[in-house]
Design a protein around this ligand. Sequence first.
Ligand code: ADP
Length: 461
Amino acid sequence: MEKRKFRKVMAANRGEIAIRIFRACTELGISTVAIYSEEDKLSLHRYKADEAYLVGKGKAPIDAYLGIDEIISIAKRADVDAIHPGYGFLSENAEFAEACERAGIAFIGPRAEMQRALGDKVSARKVAIAAEVPVVPGTEEPIEHEEEALIFAKQHGYPIIIKAAAGGGGRGMRVARNKKELLEGLVAARSEAKAAFGNPAVFLERYLENPKHIEVQVLGDHHGNLVHFYERDCSIQRRHQKVVEFAPSLSLTQKLRDEICNAALKIAGQVGYVNAGTVEFLLDQEGNWYFIEMNPRIQVEHTVTEMITGRNLVQAQILIAEGKKLSDPPINVPNQSAIAMRGYAIQCRITTEDPANNFAPDFGTITTYRSSAGFGVRLDAGNAFTGSVITPHYDSLLVKVTSWGLTFDEAAHIMNRSLQEFRVRGVKTNIPFLENVVTHPVFLAGTCDTSFIEKHPELLA
Ligand code: ADP
C-alpha cells in the first residue's frame, strides 16, 4: 500500500462525530470539509469545519446524508483526499466505500469486502465460526420457513431471540418465549427488518438471560498488523440500546480478558481486518462468552477506550488510511504490549429525551446551556449551546460525557459531579435518569448486566 499524506478530509456525517473527526484532522494538520442538510444549516458541525457544503437540497433530512453520488461529487469538487464516514449513515455501506475508491478518494474505514463479510450478522457469525470462536447457538442461515424455526426451538428450547441480519442500534430484535411468540414474531420481525434496513432476512439465536455485553476495540493497518485496545463494558442498556459504557470491565478476570481479547483478534485476523472495529460478545451468568457481531467502524463509546489507553483512535484511523503502519509515529504501537491501560473511564450519553415520558424525544430551543468541566471530564458535543434548535429530524444525542479516574469509584463520582453541573433549559434531557444510574449501588458495584435498567424502575423516579 502506497503511503500518502492527506491534505483535506471530509466527514460524511453530522453532529458530535463530525466534530470529533474535524478535531483529529486539525491536530494532524489536515484541513476539514463538512456537509450539512438544510435542517442542519445552523448546526455546529457546519461551522467547525474549514469548508462546508449543503447536501440533499429538497431531500428528507436523513436522506441528505445518505446520497452517495451527491456526497462523492461534493468531495471531488472540494478536492478532498479522504472521507471519514463516522458512525451510522453511510459508515457500514459497502457501496459507499467502493464509490470512494472509484473516485480516487480514500475511505477511512475497512474495505468494502470486509464490510460485506462483517456487516451482516449471519455472515459475521460464519467468520467467527471459521476463526474457531464460540457464537451463541443459532441458525446458520436466515429463516425462510416456519418449520426451520420450529426445528431450532425443538433443539434449543425457549427463550429465542429473532434478529435481523442487517440490524443495528438495538433495532430489529424480538424475544420469543413460546411457539406462538416465535411464529408471530417471525412475521413481524421480517416486515420490520425490511422497513428499517431494506433487508427482511432474520435469523434465530438462543436468548441468554441477563448477559453482560463486553466488546473489544481492535485496530489493524494495511501491512498485516493488528492489535486490540482491551474491552468496554456496555451492559447498561435500555431496550438493547447502550446508555452508559465503561472500560475496563469489572466482570472479567485477567484470564477471561485475555481469552476474549484474543478471540476478537482471531475474528479480525480471519478477514485481514484494516482500520478500527469492534468485536462484540455476550458473557452469561456462568462465565461462558459468545461472539455476537462485529461493527466495522468507529463506535459512539470509543472515548472510554481512548481515555484508559491514552490513544487517539480517530487519528489512528486517518493515519492508517494514509498507509501508515501501527508502529509509525504518531500512532506508535509497535506491538500489543505497547498498549497499556490506566484507570477507569465511564461514558454517559446525554440525550434530549424525557425520562418522565418514556424517553420521548423532546424538541425546541435550548434557552440555557452550561456544561460541566474540570478534572477528569471529557465532553464530545454536537449542537449543545444556548440558542441551539433541537429538531426532531436526527438522533437525540446532545453531548457525550466521559469521566476518568484512577478507580471505577472515582470515575463514577466525577461523572455524578459532572452531570450535576450541567444546566440545560428549554428542552428536556435524560440527565436526572443518568444521575440515578451512576449513583445506584448496583452500578457502583460495577457488575450490572443488561437487565439492570429494566429491573430497577426507581431509576426513572
Ligand atoms: P445491534 O446490532 O442492534 O446493536 P446486537 O446483536 O449487537 O444488536 O445486540 C444488541 C444487544 O441485544 C446486546 O448487547 C444484548 O443486550 C442483546 N442481545 C443480542 N443478542 C442476544 C442474545 N442472543 N441473548 C440475549 N441478549 C441478546
